[in-house]
Design a protein around this ligand. Structure first.
Ligand code: CU
Length: 68
């Protein structure tokens, strides 16, 4: 599991944009979003933290990796 805090993810639209960005990186990724906590948990076996961070950044958000 790879987790990020994304403070500028504030609504369902943001959540779906981020989900699409992650799944463009790994289409099999499972994305769990907690809007209230501004947290994104990603189950992936194909993408690493750097690639996912870049994808979320390119979608216009500011991901902060959370150490496991
Ligand atoms: Cu939004």
């Amino acid at each position: 599991m790879i987790s990020f805090e994304v403070q500028d993810m504030t609504c369902g639209h943001c959540a779906s944009t981020i989900t699409k960005a992650v799944q463009a990186t790994d289409q099999a990724a499972q994305v769990h979003i907690d809007l209230a906590a501004h947290r994104v948990d990603i189950e992936t076996s194909a993408a690493d933290t750097q690639a996912l961070s870049a994808a979320i950044s390119e979608a216009g958000y500011t991901p902060v990796p959370l150490t496991q």
